[in-house]
Design a protein around this ligand. Structure first.
Ligand code: TXA
Ligand code: MG
Length: 318
């Protein structure tokens, strides 16, 4: 059964097999995860991975995350260490990505890792994508399913909004539970958070029983300016504002906030998890309503609020 969009497919057995055939034939498909939707292809195939970079307009120096079913699946591709094992036990499957050293016998395409000796791996929790990984003989390389530097998609129709008919097959997994990308932690050195997410530095320190560093930049960009603007709704975003200017959309938070035609509350009850879940959706709505710019109220910088502020900071880069 198809959805109202001809390229969105319900996640039944028949369509899971169709998804399987697609990736086996080196086609690229949209997949749901608990964080955001991904643009997936066979991580062992150069042909497949090239298509991801092309469709997403992703600079070739920016490596992709490889999605595996479980622990047993990744041994040939990465070198496992103690920190990884502890974090895996606590948080996987779930919204966390690990940077590990690539195993010499790994079959992961060099294009996926942009020629680096390290590789980003993730074991997603979403049941549809887990079912798909279960019937595949290879892991899936998948960046977020958006055009490079734009907003990440949190529903199948958002993916259609990004790629239109150039993406032929999207598995519908409903709305993403978290709505912000996974936490990325580099475990090839002193554990270092490269991207904040719903699994906080504190939670990770608690499991590892040691200090974890946080790096603001994901990695050194060779082409200046290329990746500074990110998670962008395509219109200017201003953070820490008290009021909107005339005709500006205003993203607010909490019960004290006023209501208004141009007011968009991320969480009326002041819940940061709910706010995170609504962030991309709300920015997408504002963009589609043709507002020319967005002001955002100050968001508390605790727990997942740190990840919200990280994304807003990149979206507001000038
Ligand atoms: O939640 C998520 O992580 C989603 C879902 C689809 O899994 N994926 C996602 O992928 O956000 P993407 O490509 O949009 O972001 C991955 C980030 C990029 O900023 C990339 O630079 C970084 O991971 N990355 C990938 N491989 C890396 C590596 N070997 N070393 C450092 N950073 C790496
Ligand atoms: Mg992305």
């Amino acid at each position: 059964m198809k959805n109202i969009y001809s390229n969105i497919y319900k996640p039944n057995l028949f369509n899971l097999n169709k998804a399987k055939k697609n990736v086996e034939n080196n086609n690229v498909i949209g997949i749901p995860t608990e964080t955001v939707y991904g643009l997936a292809g066979n991580a062992y195939s150069n042909e497949s991975v090239k298509k991801i970079f092309k469709l997403k307009k992703r600079p070739s120096i920016n490596p992709l995350i490889v999605h595996f079913k479980d622990f047993n699946d990744l041994k040939n591709d990465v070198i496992l260490n103690d920190s990884f094992k502890k974090l895996y036990k606590k948080f996987c499957p779930g919204p966390i990505t690990f940077i590990l050293t690539k195993n010499k016998r790994s079959k992961i395409s060099k294009i996926v890792t942009a020629g680096k000796k390290t590789v980003a791996i993730r074991i997603p929790e979403h049941k549809t994508t887990r079912k798909l990984l279960n019937i595949l003989k290879f892991p899936l390389a998948a960046p977020s399913a958006n055009i490079s530097s734009q907003l990440s998609p949190t529903s199948a129709s958002d993916v259609v909004e990004e790629f239109g008919n150039s993406l032929k097959f999207i598995l519908d997994g409903g709305k993403c539970k978290i709505g912000l990308e996974s936490t990325i932690i580099d475990l090839t050195t002193t554990p270092t958070i490269l991207r904040t997410g719903s699994i906080s530095l504190k939670k990770i320190e608690h499991v590892l029983k040691k200090k974890v560093k946080e790096r603001k930049k994901i990695f050194k960009i060779k082409a200046p300016g290329q990746l500074k603007l990110h998670y962008s709704p395509g219109i200017p975003v201003e953070m820490n504002m008290k009021y909107p200017k005339k005709n500006q959309a205003f993203i607010c938070f909490g019960k004290k906030s006023k209501n208004g035609k141009n007011y968009f509350n991320l969480s009326k009850k002041g819940d940061l998890k709910e706010a995170a879940n609504n962030l991309y959706k709300t920015m997408r709505k504002i963009k589609n309503k043709k507002f020319k710019s967005i002001a955002v109220v100050k968001i508390p910088n605790t727990e997942i609020g740190c990840a919200i502020n990280d994304r807003l900071k990149k979206a507001s880069f000038k």
